[in-house]
Design a protein around this ligand. Structure first.
Ligand code: BJW
Ligand code: ZN
Length: 248
């Protein structure tokens, strides 16, 4: 657990911040029972990244990919926001209560589970899409109107085309609107908080570094050290669900 002084330093930085940008990763949902990717027992231990998280993997075996995402949909459906999600929602609310505009708090998440929105966070930018949305590979229609477990292979109600999860796989570009909104938040923030990500996947991993280079202090909350830790003004080592409520 971090020393009181690093917690106090982080609290002081938060208190004086006017525009906060937060980046979250799978670690923030761990206490909700959602598996992370790269931790021991994580998703990448039992699944091949190339098979389930690339466009080629989907082209080769859509049924395998849909079984993976159906399981992810079931896991997210059974999960509730934890104290870390709730603390971040309260942080945004607190800033607003002091008269800040919507853009003064941006929550960039790599997670697809929707738990930040469920916790009450408002300005959420989903960098890697949403497990709740499906996209037709033929007509491009994005819809949430499908059963929890999609039939395999899943077909579009509109045109009969093949449906895929509306998420971002390796080698795919992020949604341009999401990327633009994220870049604007990174460029404008005066504090950057990064929580529960291994900070290995681009372009998300670059955001704290970009904000830091512009002069915004970076606070990291993670159970382990990451490439961000050495760069952060304060690196708080411990579970987000314990530390984030203590930060507020
Ligand atoms: C706790 C905790 C607790 C646990 N409390 N903490 C060099 C430069 C730029 C790009 C590249 C590059 N080399 C390669 C690339 C490309 C690639 C990339 O970054 N690869 C790296 C692996 C090297 N990036 C891409 O392909 C991206 N697209 C792109 O670059 O497009 C360019 C382009 C432009 C124009 C046209 C075409 C292309 C897309 C990346 C998409 C990533 N997708 C996934 C799957 C999403 C859907 C799904 O969820 O299924 O996203 S992969 C997976 O990793 C998922 C996650 O969002 C992402 C990040 O993982 P995250 O969240 O960090 O989880 P973990 O498990 O890694 O870490 C958990 C952390 O929590 C750990 O640190 C724990 O310690 C901690 N923790 N419990 C606090 N209780
Ligand atoms: Zn279609």
């Amino acid at each position: 657990m971090p020393s009181l002084t690093s917690l106090e330093k982080a609290r002081a930085l938060l208190k004086s911040a006017r525009r906060i940008c937060v980046l979250t990763g799978a670690g923030v949902s761990a206490a909700s029972g959602i598996q992370t990717f790269r931790d021991a027992g994580g998703l990448w231990e039992n699944h091949s990244v190339a098979e389930v998280a690339t466009p080629q993997g989907f082209a080769d075996d859509p049924a395998l990919v849909w079984r993976f995402y159906n399981a992810r949909r079931k896991a997210a459906d059974g999960a509730s926001p934890n104290a870390a999600h709730l603390a971040l929602a309260r942080m945004e609310l607190g800033l607003r209560r002091h008269g800040a505009a919507r853009a003064a708090f941006a929550l960039l998440t790599q997670n697809i589970d929707g738990l930040h929105q469920q916790a009450g966070s408002q300005n959420v930018i989903e960098l890697h899409g949403s497990v709740w949305q499906v996209r037709c590979t033929d007509c491009g229609e994005i819809s949430e109107d499908y059963p929890l477990e999609l039939p395999v292979p899943a077909r579009c109600d509109e045109c009969g085309g093949r449906l895929r999860p509306n998420v971002v796989w390796f080698g795919e570009a992020l949604d341009p609107a999401a990327l633009q909104a994220a870049e604007a938040a990174v460029a404008e923030c005066d504090l950057f908080l990064v929580v529960g990500t291994s900070a290995l996947v681009q372009p998300a991993a670059a955001f704290p570094l970009l904000a830091g280079r512009r002069g915004a202090p970076v606070i990291e909350v993670n159970t382990e050290l990451t490439p961000i830790s050495v760069f952060a003004a304060v690196a708080l080592k411990g579970p987000a669900e314990t530390l984030l409520p203590q930060l507020l």
